[in-house]
Design a protein around this ligand. Structure first.
Ligand SMILES: [Zn+2]
Length: 581
């Protein structure tokens, strides 16, 4: 029948059209798919994806299932291969302290005219960063705000002290609550702890500024995964502090904090290359999927408790990884080199996941020819795109500008270091690129939601990334790594500059250096990536805070001794800090 034949012709035409559309959409980023990923990852259900929480683990599972659905394989070297659940084989698990609880053995007692025992949780509370120690203290030192800031001519520790003394300080800074005050850095808790440590006291007690200790924010136990303090630290109620200041000859302090390790996961999927030789080389495409949960550390919201959705930061980049994984998994012929897709966790806590990966790589790092990082690519405005790391390979600039890029208004930065996961790879001498659409007023706030993402422009960014990856792969010789010119950061809290790239992962026995900026004082001193700084200018360094605090006391142009561990050896080097520009 005519009509029928006619309809079937239409149907055939329609089918052909659909097929063509489907084919095209497989090699092009799909706005709908990006939107679907971001909407789920940034949903209330995932509770802000704070590393180590159920929400983050659900996100990891989602990413792993997407990899599985696309036919992408787990990395061959994953030690979890024996795991039966397929999606779990994509997870690279790294250690992470996810919860802290009050132990059973906490003691704060005073002996003076009377003996007083204060109750942990009611009158005082050890901090999550406090090591578990017992101290018998025979002297109480009141040290104002507990701030040492030579560059501001401010020192609350006026004398030399001993480990038998306990410093008691108040919260805040001489500037009050001004977030742009001069003491913003030196007044941070971590720096106050470092200042007490270097003043020589054996413990630090911080006086609550709440009349009711139950409202004291510091008494809510938490841990930032950035290393333990060198001395016990606790917060005490106003009432307890008064007793302590007026009538204490001896103080016994026992701190007992139970820090529970919970697993955190990178999610890693691999598309093997098609070239028999070049498939041994790989290109990493990565983005972090973790965010700030319900606020706290890293949040810019006035109060914690609300879900920080992290749609731009960094559901957008994670969706980018998934979309690029989909595109490259369907592309024929396949790329010559192996593609490694990684969704990192622990980024917000200090690049923990990417750091773990580069120190426990699943594909050989010396054969990793490039790392592409996408962090916050969902808020493009006026076609403005920032690409960092262009100074890390000789070919980058040419490759980026080779295509028709009038589509974007590009800002290119040379530096391979920066506040995201590409930094970890650059410190291992891998060429990196960092795609970013810039910051905005919802940054690190609950209001970073899926409805504010510019999906169409994100799709166009992904097309550019796909094109660059394809171009990197099309040449047989690999990219030529170059050390990028890196500007010392301007206007920091301190006057001097050394040029070290500290490793922000948990450390208690020195500060590991991930890299050294070219031509910097650190480079001239002979410091190398992998060195662990244990002492600088006569101050013991256990973690990044001790280090930064020491830096605050150094003067440009003066020579200082720096002790580092390299391999098993202790080296003594000399360093001359430069003035910050
Ligand atoms: Zn962030």
């Amino acid at each position: 029948m005519k009509t029928k034949r006619f309809t079937s012709l239409i149907a055939a035409l329609l089918l052909a059209t659909f097929a063509a559309v489907a084919q095209q959409s497989e090699s092009e980023p799909s706005v709908a798919k990006i939107q679907q990923h971001v909407t789920y990852l940034a949903s209330d259900e995932l509770d802000g994806r704070r590393t180590g929480t159920a929400g983050a683990n659900e996100a990891a599972k989602y990413i792993a299932r997407e990899f599985e659905r696309l036919g992408i394989r787990p990395a061959p070297a994953t030690d979890s291969r024996k795991i039966n659940v397929m999606s779990a084989r994509y997870l690279q698990t790294f250690p992470y302290i996810g919860s802290v609880e009050l132990g059973k053995n906490n003691v704060l007692s005073l002996r003076g005219n009377e003996t007083l025992n204060f109750r942990a949780g009611e009158d005082w509370m050890p901090l999550g960063i406090s090591p578990n120690q017992k101290r018998n203290l025979t002297g109480v030192v009141f040290a104002g705000y507990g701030i040492t800031a030579n560059e501001l001519n401010h020192n609350d520790y006026k004398a030399t002290y001993t480990r038998n003394q306990v410093a008691v300080i108040q919260k805040g800074t001489p500037d009050g609550d001004n977030p742009h005050g001069r003491f913003t850095t030196a007044g941070q808790l971590r720096f106050k702890v470092a200042a007490a440590q270097s003043a020589g006291v054996g413990a630090l007690l911080i006086i609550s500024d709440e009349d009711d200790f139950k409202n004291e924010a510091l008494a809510k136990l938490h841990y930032d995964n950035a290393g333990l303090a060198g001395i016990p630290v606790a917060v005490i109620s106003k009432q307890a502090a008064e007793k302590l200041m007026n009538d204490a000859k001896e103080v016994t302090l026992v701190t007992d904090v139970v820090r529970a390790d919970v697993p955190a996961h990178n999610v890693v999927g691999v598309i093997e290359g098609s070239d028999p030789v070049l498939k041994n080389e790989s290109i990493v495409i990565g983005a972090h999927y973790d965010h700030l949960g319900r606020g706290g550390e890293g949040s810019l919201a006035p109060r914690s408790g609300e879900i920080h959705h992290g749609a731009d930061d960094n559901a957008s980049g994670t969706a980018g990884v998934l979309e690029l994984a989909r595109i490259f998994s369907t592309q024929r012929p396949k790329l010559k080199r192996t593609l490694v897709f990684i969704a990192f966790s622990g980024e917000e806590e200090g690049l923990l996941g990417s750091n773990y990966y580069v120190n426990h790589p699943l594909m050989p790092l010396d054969k990793t020819v490039a790392m592409i990082n996408m962090d916050m690519i969902g808020r493009m405005k006026d076609r403005k795109l920032i690409i960092g790391g262009v100074g890390t390979a000789k070919e980058w600039r040419g490759l980026i500008t080779a295509g028709a890029n009038n589509a974007f208004e590009l800002t290119m930065n040379e530096d391979g270091y920066g506040p995201s996961d590409h930094s970890s790879f650059y410190s291992k001498q891998i060429p990196v690129l960092f795609f970013w659409t810039g910051t905005h007023t919802d940054y690190h706030k609950p209001s970073d939601t899926f409805d504010k993402i510019n999906y169409a422009d994100e799709a166009r960014i992904l097309s550019l990334v796909a094109r660059i990856v394809t171009d990197v792969d099309s040449a047989d010789p690999r990219l030529t790594f170059t050390t990028a010119k890196s500007e010392p950061p301007r206007g920091g809290a301190f006057r001097v500059y050394l040029g070290t790239i500290p490793n922000y992962a948990d450390s208690n026995d020195g500060l590991l250096i991930d890299g050294v900026r070219d031509d910097s004082p650190a480079a001239k001193a002979g410091l190398k990536a992998g060195d662990k700084i244990v002492k600088i200018s006569n101050r013991e360094v256990k973690n990044v805070y001790d280090y930064t605090s020491a830096l605050g006391e150094m003067k440009a142009g003066q020579e200082y001794v720096i002790e580092v561990l390299r391999g098993g050896e202790k080296l003594t080097l000399k360093i001359v800090p430069e003035a910050r520009k």
